[in-house]
Write a protein that binds this ligand. Structure first.
Ligand code: IPD
Length: 300
């Protein structure tokens, strides 16, 4: 979806209010998951033994859904987790509810769930408002995003054409900008791995091909924060094959509003197949490098 598709886009003033809503809701849910972590660490598994969901993922999503529905009843809701209490008005993963407004809230109630389980301080709540259908690559784009870095107490946020910002613990907004890297060989690049053991093996083989061409690799464990780290120049780039719309939506708009690029492999739009995030000076080189290894991950 291109910038030309501004039909149905809320006004600049509305976007500002929607950004504030996203920030407030993400920050509230982040405080909630941090405060309740010690008491509520019940875990079940999803797609594999290492793909976990905690009770707090579900509770966080319920809280976010309740706040957003109260404020914006005509928007659709697309969240990672099913409601723990089985309410039928909650969209299951992979589906969206029909939107009267043409806008959908795409939510990851805890991105970095394994970090959350271990108390490794890299997990976030991501709340984004998107235009288009978030289940179809190329047919949607985020227009507002807030990624609350739960342990640090900061919220990275952006709205379309409004710049990218980090709200500090004392409530000040600081501007966020990508690095001025121009050389892939001296760039710090983030990545991540999926929950399927066979796929992780393929991702590791792709990484082994790529690592000689960069300064070093970081694996933080939260794709939403990885995208915000690129936005803020703490990483020069990031790529991953296999993340979902809820992992990428909030960080994507923070990154692009910070001057970065967010694409898929081989010039495609970002999708679950591949996301490549970069400072503009290395975008082409990183894309070429990822393009050269992406098939190692795609094909068993
Ligand atoms: C995961 C994280 C991780 C990435 C995985 C994601 P979750 O999301 O973003 O960094 O490598 O691919 O699934 O499961 O913690 O919400």
């Amino acid at each position: 979806m291109t910038a030309a598709t501004d039909r149905g886009l809320p006004s600049a003033e509305e976007l500002r209010a929607l950004e504030k809503l996203a920030i407030d809701v993400a920050a509230e849910a982040a405080r909630f998951v941090v405060e309740r972590r010690a008491a509520e660490l019940q875990v079940t598994t999803k797609s594999s033994d290492v793909d976990i969901v905690t009770v707090m993922d579900s509770r966080s999503q319920e809280l976010i859904a309740a706040r957003l529905r109260a404020a914006r009843p005509r928007d659709a809701f697309f969240g990672e987790e099913e409601a723990a209490d089985g309410r039928t008005d909650q969209a299951p993963p992979g589906t969206t509810e029909p939107a009267g407004s043409g806008l959908t809230w795409v939510v990851d109630p805890i991105d970095g769930t394994v970090n959350y389980l271990y108390g490794f301080p890299q997990y976030a709540v991501s709340v984004a408002l998107v235009q288009g259908d978030p289940t179809v690559p190329g047919e949607w784009r985020p227009v507002v995003g807030a990624v609350a870095d739960a342990v640090a107490g900061r919220v990275h946020h952006a709205r379309l054409r409004g710049g990218a910002w980090t709200r500090t613990v004392d409530g000040a907004d600081e501007p966020v900008h990508v690095s001025d890297a121009t050389d892939l060989a001296t760039s710090l690049v983030g990545t991540g791995f999926g929950y399927d053991a066979a796929k992780r093996g393929r991702q590791a083989r792709a990484l082994a091909e790529l690592i000689p061409h960069v300064r070093d690799i970081r694996r933080g464990g939260s794709a939403a924060l990885d995208l915000c780290h690129v936005a803020a120049g703490r990483l020069d780039g990031y790529y991953e094959m296999g993340i979902n719309p809820w992992d990428m939506a909030g960080g994507w708009i923070v990154l692009t509003e910070a001057g970065g690029t967010c694409t898929g492999a081989q010039g495609e739009p970002p999708s679950s197949d591949c996301v490549i995030a970069a400072a503009p000076g290395i975008a082409e080189a990183l894309t070429r490098a990822v393009d050269s290894v992406v098939d190692l991950v795609r094909h068993p």
